[in-house]
Design a protein around this ligand. Structure first.
Ligand SMILES: Nc1ncnc2c1ncn2[C@@H]1O[C@H](COP(=O)(O)OP(=O)(O)OP(=O)(O)O)[C@@H](O)[C@H]1O
Length: 311
């Protein structure tokens, strides 16, 4: 869907990103991660032309983005940022409806879409008529994501959209965005410097350092086949085991056909959380249920050791 080919950008003669080549495939969740100042935000902003690239090509559905009118390009892409950027004197409903209004959607359709998005992001319908300052920081972040999604963009760009949130709200928003991704199969690019967030959300990780891509690929590949010492250190040598566990899920690792009474864990629980359950409950087997709460199998503590093969 988006292809970078040898893209570079300098500010005042100083390279911010150099020689970036990667593709964002349709329906894929890509996470840009890296050290501070490594060029993640610059890369993201080049996609919607908030920053223009100096060299190389960036194509969107086969067309060089310089050939596409910048306003039209941006309307095809949702953009959510950490600082939110809601218009303070507009109600939540009007903020969410920014792009649909620009696209001249009929009023009834806009109203229905706002209601739908408030529900999707777990915001009470009554928030529609409130102003941003009457919402908590986490609720404002949700409105920011709702606004980015409003016109059903082909591509969703998110720059640290869950930054500056408490861990509970952050986890809830991560779950929401995962649900939205799974529901809609939308193409998403997210910038973060939180490794666990990247591992949780990414189909593909692009790891940057000093304006260059150091390694890109599936999360498990970066963890198990790091291309350099930098990559190994970035993902934390001492945390490698639990991070690998975070990529697997109870449903996939459970032994089918076995049954065990007792308090079950859900199939979507990741194996890092399952490890915590084993230790907290002092057991070596846990019943696993599916989304309908029906027994699915039994997870054995020893299955966690096979996780590397399961990924
Ligand atoms: N508008 C600008 N003018 C001058 N230099 C800039 C500008 N925007 C970014 N830079 C520089 O380009 C480099 C990459 O910045 P960028 O914001 O893309 O990094 P980042 O990986 O997103 O960083 P962080 O995680 O700290 O937000 C940095 O050295 C930064 O100082």
């Amino acid at each position: 869907m988006i292809a970078f080919n040898q893209v570079s950008k300098s500010f005042a003669g100083k390279a911010a990103v150099s020689d970036l080549t990667f593709t964002l495939n349709k329906g894929e969740f890509t996470v840009l991660i890296g050290t501070s100042g490594s060029g993640k935000s610059t890369t993201l902003k080049m996609i919607n032309r908030l920053i223009e690239h100096d060299a190389g090509t960036i194509t969107f559905a086969g067309e060089e983005i310089r050939q596409i009118d910048a306003q039209q390009l941006r309307r095809r892409m949702g953009y959510a940022i950490q600082s939110i950027g809601l218009f303070p004197h507009w109600t939540v409903a009007r903020n969410i409806a920014t792009v649909p209004a620009l696209l001249n959607w009929p009023r009834q359709q806009i109203r229905a879409r706002v209601e739908e998005l408030l529900a999707l992001l777990n915001l009470d319908a009554s928030f529609a008529s409130r102003y941003p300052h009457q919402l908590s920081g986490g609720q404002q972040q949700r409105v920011g994501v709702a606004r980015a999604l409003a016109a059903d963009p082909e591509l969703l760009l998110m720059d640290e959209p869950f930054g500056a949130l408490d861990p509970v709200t952050r986890a809830a928003l991560q779950q929401e965005i995962m649900r939205i991704h799974q529901l809609s199969g939308r193409t998403i690019v997210l910038v973060t410097h939180d490794i666990d967030e990247a591992l949780l959300l990414a189909d593909k990780i692009v790891l940057m350092d000093g304006g260059r891509i150091v390694q890109q690929g599936k999360p498990v590949t970066l963890l198990t086949q790091p291309a350099s010492e930098f990559v190994r250190d970035f993902f934390g040598r001492s945390e490698l085991g639990v991070r690998l566990l975070s990529l697997g899920h109870a449903g996939a690792a459970a032994r089918r056909g076995e049954f065990l009474p007792g308090e079950a864990i859900g199939e979507s629980m990741n194996l890092r959380e399952a490890l915590s359950q084993f230790i907290a409950r002092r057991v070596d087997k846990l019943p696993v249920v599916d989304k309908q709460q029906k027994p699915l199998g039994v997870l054995h503590f020893s299955d966690l050791l096979r996780q590397r093969e399961l990924n």
